[in-house]
Design a protein around this ligand. Structure first.
Ligand SMILES: [Zn+2]
Length: 345
């Protein structure tokens, strides 16, 4: 079990970056992986703060999360030999920093600039060009610094998307229980409870999650971090990713780069909850209250592609048993499901 050692959530916490690096014994050198946009809002500031304290810093700007970006960062690590790699940005920058540092056997710190998914705290990465349309193991962040004064400035769509990724835990845990009961798979009750508790907290506090609301954002961030920790405890994505994620991954293959990961997972959760005979209406109402999309139209995806993604979801990870396999979903039942939940008309 690999767990983060320092988790800091609050206003202006980026300013603590040098202290945290020193506390963890990274007093000599650090490599920062950031994006063109995130460099302006946080990356450059982090470089300045670390240099002020005498830490030797190199910054790298990446714009995608493909294997070639990971290779470039790995080369830089070989050349510069930093004590730690810091990923500063949204999902792609954090994933590139996480995987390249894991491959080179050095620690990694996560400094997210959006709250759009649970990868900010998890040991998993989603990288293009790995021949796997889903997340794979890398390493847990040694520290997570979440500066709410930066995240609150990101478009609200990212925050709403993060809530979709959190709602997914309701069906992910059900799928994991199903695999345990029917296929005798390992099931970790502690990891499952932690993941489920995060989803319940967001569901119960949905009213607080709205644009520019700090308290709601904090609830979401704590939930996302707890889910990352749940995956570290389980040593797999199972407590946080089930059939709803398979649907989202299938959608990524059919219509690449159309909607945000959490938006697709939220819509997937509504449909998978229906299949599990759970209270899918409550999940849909929660997403609506938060302002997250609940229909194909809202994420600008053709109804036909929703049906195709439901049918193809089982092929994404054949080894992962979920409600989709259990119910033997086919084109007709998929269409019926998408219509019954109002995802398509
Ligand atoms: Zn996810």
């Amino acid at each position: 079990m690999q767990l983060p050692r320092e988790v800091i959530v609050g206003d202006k916490t980026l300013e603590l970056i040098s202290d945290i690096c020193k506390k963890l014994d990274f007093s000599d050198s650090a490599l920062i992986v950031t994006g063109p946009h995130t460099c302006r809002i946080a990356g450059q500031k982090a470089i300045d703060l670390l240099e002020d304290k005498g830490i030797s810093v190199e910054g790298m700007v990446v714009s995608s999360s493909a294997m070639k970006d990971v290779e470039i960062v790995k080369e830089k690590i070989t050349e510069f030999k930093p004590q730690v790699v810091l990923g500063i940005g949204g999902g792609t920058k954090i994933d590139v920093a996480k995987l390249s540092s894991a491959h080179k056997g050095i620690p990694f710190m996560s400094i997210p600039t959006t709250a759009s998914h649970d990868g900010i705290a998890s040991p998993l990465v989603s990288i293009k060009g790995l021949n796997k349309p889903y997340s794979v193991m890398a390493q847990s962040p040694m520290a997570i610094i979440v500066d709410t004064s930066i995240i609150i400035q990101a478009p609200y769509r990212f925050t709403a998307s993060g809530c979709g990724d959190i709602m997914a835990k309701f069906t992910a845990v059900r799928d994991w229980e199903l695999a345990h009961n029917e296929k005798n798979e390992y099931y970790g009750g502690y990891a499952a409870s932690l993941s489920l508790m995060s989803a319940k907290l967001v569901l119960e506090n949905a009213d607080a999650i709205k644009p520019e609301a700090k308290e709601g954002l904090r609830i979401l961030l704590e939930a996302l971090i707890s889910c990352g920790v749940a995956m570290s405890i389980a040593g797999s994505s199972k407590p946080c990713s089930g059939s709803e994620h398979l649907f989202s991954h299938a959608l990524d293959l059919i219509v690449p780069n159309s909607a945000l990961h959490g938006e697709q997972c939220g819509i997937g959760t509504i449909m998978m909850a229906h299949l599990h005979r759970m209270n899918w209406k409550r999940i849909k109402e929660t997403l609506q209250a938060i302002g997250a999309p609940v229909t194909a139209e809202e994420i600008d995806i053709e109804p036909e592609f929703i049906i195709q993604a439901l049918v193809r979801a089982c092929e994404i990870r054949p080894e992962r048993y979920t409600i989709l396999e259990r119910t033997n979903i086919n084109y007709d039942s998929a269409k019926k499901l998408a219509k019954a939940t109002g995802v398509i008309n």
